[in-house]
Design a binder for this molecule. Structure first.
Ligand SMILES: [Fe+2]
Length: 307
């Protein structure tokens, strides 16, 4: 017996839980949310606090942060354009909101394709590779990631506590790099491997943990090496599994990705999830706690050149 909980009837402090993952560094869990939903991080400096990925949780993220987490003036930071990470930016319309130029461009496109994911009006602060966001006694270095999960991706390195905020380019459940094609039509395992190697070189020992919005944060920085190995195993011919979808997707009665509650695949409304689960070329490769969902026809640069 599963019942949906009316979260909106709860006081704001009961609509979320928060977990301290480093000093002055929180991850927020909307209560009770879809297990696949992203989680905002709150990074607190001496002068300001940053909400990294406002997410598409239905609840008032800003009210919770201001009431429960910090009294510092807020900024937001978007790891990439996808609506499940940026939909609540409208709640912070009067705050500085940092994002890449491609991220802003894609949010404008979302206003047309999926208006509920791009509500409100605000003017972002466009950042580029190498820029520094200063929170007072704590900075975030902006690191461009060459679009495997999303063309708009920017990774942020916390100078003080060694946290690497990766968005969806790195996470513990599955990194999705095969469910869409990037602008240069070159996303493939080889590019992802090269991105990770470049990221490792750039970070140069300054990070101790990875803080992704989905499926668990923080992760040990060692997983960066294991993910590189995962890519190299695929490139060496170790083919991933054909069953790539999360078996629980759509089964959570609290899910807002697949309402209403259903156990019938025909009723699942998120078409991309269906494609990911049943797509002929989709594969899942798991190695040492890392997992990549990729397209078996897009392994090497040579596979995608000229397509
Ligand atoms: Fe994403």
């Amino acid at each position: 017996m599963s019942a949906k909980i009316d979260v909106f009837s709860l006081p704001i402090e009961k609509q979320f839980m928060r977990r301290l993952i480093k000093p002055d560094t929180w991850i927020l869990n909307g209560f009770v949310e879809d297990c696949a939903a992203p989680h905002p991080h709150v990074v607190i400096g001496d002068d300001k606090a940053a909400v990294i990925d406002t997410t598409d949780l239905f609840y008032n993220v800003r009210e919770y942060v201001e009431k429960i987490v910090t009294d510092k003036p807020l900024v937001t930071i978007s790891t990439h354009s996808h609506g499940d990470h940026t939909a609540n930016n409208y709640q912070f319309a009067d705050c500085p909101q940092y994002m890449s130029e491609v991220c802003w461009e894609e949010i404008q496109q979302t206003r047309i394709s999926r208006p509920d994911w791009a509500k409100g009006d605000y003017t972002p602060v466009i950042i580029k590779d190498g820029d520094i966001i200063d929170l007072g006694g704590r900075t975030l270095e902006c690191i461009q990631f060459c679009g495997c999960h999303s063309d708009s991706s920017m990774v942020y390195l916390d100078s003080k506590y060694g946290c690497l905020f990766t968005g969806d380019e790195f996470e513990g459940g599955q990194v999705l790099i095969g469910t869409s094609v990037n602008r240069n039509n070159n996303n493939c395992i080889e590019l992802y491997r090269d991105n990770l190697v470049a990221l490792k070189k750039r970070v140069d020992g300054r990070a101790t943990c990875i803080c992704p919005p989905h499926n668990g944060s923080p992760l040990d920085i060692l997983l960066l090496d294991y993910m590189i190995e995962n890519c190299e195993r695929i490139m060496a011919g170790h083919e991933g599994m054909k069953e790539i979808g999360s078996m629980s997707f759509g089964l959570n009665p609290q899910s807002y990705h697949n309402p209403p509650y259903t156990t019938n695949d025909e009723d699942i409304v998120d078409h991309s999830a269906r494609l990911a689960r049943y797509g002929e070329d989709g594969r899942r490769s798991e190695w040492m706690g890392t997992s990549i969902v990729y397209n078996a026809k897009r392994i090497f640069y040579k596979d995608v050149e000229g397509k």
